[in-house]
Design a protein. Structure first.
Length: 318
């Protein structure tokens, strides 16, 4: 076979051009690592744009929904202005016991926030402080993301939004409020035998847990699959996972709540939570996305990691 030098050189130039084009293409515009674009709907912003992008790029996520304290709302808006394709919205939270909490949160929504959250304070979930937020969220038409925790992670941490087993009364009382459940008590209660005895039970799930039932029974209850708590619920009983995800395909969406620095597990896992040591040195986003991928069809995976988050939080796609 005769060697065609001109054709060979031409092919090498084409390959080099393709490599250069790929190197210049932003990572979020390339073929998705997970087979679908992913929005991380439980992303606590880092101090700088570069640090935020490091975790998104490292974990293979195309976009994020930022959960921020009220005093950091300006940072969230700045990140969205700098990278609108990567940051699709944000929510805000403030001390719910403050007399002007509702006024402040309402003003934040009017300024561009898409919801309340993550609401994480030392109150009862059905107490007066939270009830006024539920009413305001309904009036404004925005979701509220709630951290339910009945077991302390450290001796001095305390509990947050307690009384989850009574929360069906709230779901009935505020039918126009969109609730997004998150954290230990919410996810441990997928099992019918949970009694607040530990933050992250690993034994097989007893079917009929209230979280599972309420996601079916109440149109206004949704959940993000974030943190060690969400990952734990998806991995503790492999015989449960695929059916649960399929059963609640319109109610669940991906989030990470990951503290690692690079999307590969560097730094502190789960903010140093000792009960979550099984994820030490790992990226929670990657661990949960891997589990979701293994337990869904490509269509359902995309629904959970891209479509549902945008729909529930009413986000524009950058």
């Amino acid at each position: 076979m005769r060697f065609n030098r001109r054709a060979f050189v031409g092919s090498m130039v084409s390959v080099a051009a393709m490599r250069l084009l790929r190197a210049q293409t932003p990572s979020h515009e390339r073929s998705p690592e997970w087979g679908s674009p992913v929005i991380d709907c439980h992303f606590h912003p880092r101090p700088t744009l570069a640090a935020n992008l490091a975790h998104l790029n490292g974990s293979g996520c195309q976009a994020a929904y930022l959960l921020t304290r009220l005093q950091s709302a300006d940072d969230a808006r700045r990140f969205m202005a700098q990278e609108p394709a990567r940051f699709h919205g944000y929510s805000v939270s403030t001390d719910v016991s403050a007399p002007d909490a509702v006024k402040l949160l309402t003003a934040a929504v009017q300024a561009g926030a898409h919801g309340f959250g993550e609401v994480k304070y030392h109150v009862e979930a059905d107490g007066p402080e939270m009830r006024r937020l539920y009413a305001a969220a309904a009036e404004l038409g925005v979701p509220i993301t709630i951290h339910f925790q009945e077991v302390p992670h450290t001796p001095t941490e305390g509990l947050f939004n307690t009384g989850f087993k009574r929360f069906d009364k709230i779901l009935k009382a505020y039918p126009k409020t969109t609730f997004v459940g998150h954290c230990d008590a919410f996810w441990a209660n997928v099992s019918a035998d949970y009694r607040n005895e530990e933050a992250y039970p690993r034994k097989p799930i007893v079917r009929g847990g209230i979280t599972d039932r309420w996601l079916s029974d109440y149109p206004n209850l949704f959940a993000d699959l974030s943190a060690n708590s969400g990952n734990n619920a998806l991995t503790r009983d492999p015989s449960f996972t695929a059916g649960f995800l399929s059963r609640h395909r319109t109610k669940l969406f991906f989030g990470s709540d990951c503290s690692c620095a690079d999307g590969h597990g560097a730094g502190i896992s789960q903010a140093g939570n000792p009960a979550a040591a099984r994820l030490a040195g790992k990226c929670v986003a990657r661990e949960t996305l891997t589990t979701l991928k293994a337990n869904t069809t490509p269509e359902l995976f995309r629904t959970l990691v891209w479509e549902n988050g945008h729909r529930v939080y009413q986000l524009m796609r950058g």
